[in-house]
Design a binder for this molecule. Sequence first.
Ligand code: ZN
Ligand code: ZN
Ligand code: ZN
Length: 413
Amino acid sequence: MKSARERFVLAIAMQADEFPASTAATREEAMARAKSFTNSSGAYTQTALIGVLGCERRLIGSGAAWEGMLFLARDLQRRFGSWTEFANAVVGELDAISDGRANADLSWWLRDPASPWQHVAWNTDLADPLPILRMTCARCGHVRVRPWATAYVYCDYCAELVDFDAAFTRTATAGPGYEALVAELAPIVESALADHDIDEMTIAQHRLFDAWLDTCPLAVSIRVRRPDYRARFVDYLAEAETVAAFDAEAVRLRAEMEQSMRRLSIAGDRVAIEPFWKMVDAAFAHADRRDQLAQTHGIYEMHPDAASRELQQRVGWSMFAQAWAPFLDDGDREALLARCKLEPERTAVLAPTPITWMTCGTCTAHVMASSGATWMICDDCGDRIDVGSFSVCPSCHTLLARGHDTGICPICK
Ligand SMILES: [Zn+2]
Ligand SMILES: [Zn+2]
Ligand SMILES: [Zn+2]
């Protein structure tokens, strides 16, 4: 199902299809012309261009064409108050440039019940869809506004894990060293499976995840810089993987999911929709089994951020939805968010809160603590530091936000 925003733009494009097509040869040319038409009074020229961007075979379905159509539609919507006003402007302009010979008549569009204009309001909201990434902390309700250093986004009022920012994974690819290790460990994994040797499998999974963390540090939490967190995170990942490797149902469902992924096809920036939804079904079936296993084997409790089951699931689906959203039309994007139970949120713009500069008691980095904050994750060393009840060093008077309090000032030692 298409979104209202999409239907509005297409309603203009379909009508524009009746006009002689423009001759833009490439997307870039069409886009450049689209932009040059804005703020001209040319309602007809803009409309014709929307038709060209949307309907010409070589441009249809491309993100750039959609961007241009939306750009022009927003401009038309701003300049006219209703479908009638818009139609009058188009007819007037067409008559003017043809010396009255065009005889344009848009009454069918304005009045016939079958006209797309009857089914979408002129004042349809054309704003961009809301971002998937969540900024509001589920525990304390504060909104993260400062930038973050890696994919795991933490609340800077209470240090709770808030969401996963998939933008950090786009550049993260496991290097050849990791691939070599996967190949090296493949026979060990296989024999562990054959002998049902859980210890051997766990050791192999530890080595794999440990090496993976080295190659993709941005794709995880900044906290992996702390050896204790890192060890617990590797334990958590390896345990979950080992349990799933010995569960016939999880293995079968993963194979089905992987097979459905191989059937996906992407043309331009759109994924073919039928195989996509089959893949989503397979991903959910696999995730359901993994969820059951995680509950019966106490995996959720091993999460090093002490995140709840709900939060761990939310973060997982957020990651999934962010990865696929750029390849979907609005309607499918919304359906995917609903399926993943991701409520998009419009982040409120807040008045700036007073801040206090402190020094991280673990690594001596400067830390900007918002007034009222209790705990934060230091963006430099990844330690969880107490910015609520900070201490002042009696010798150097530094304001220290302590992580693991050693009683020693890291500045004067
Ligand atoms: Zn919080
Ligand atoms: Zn630090
Ligand atoms: Zn000191």
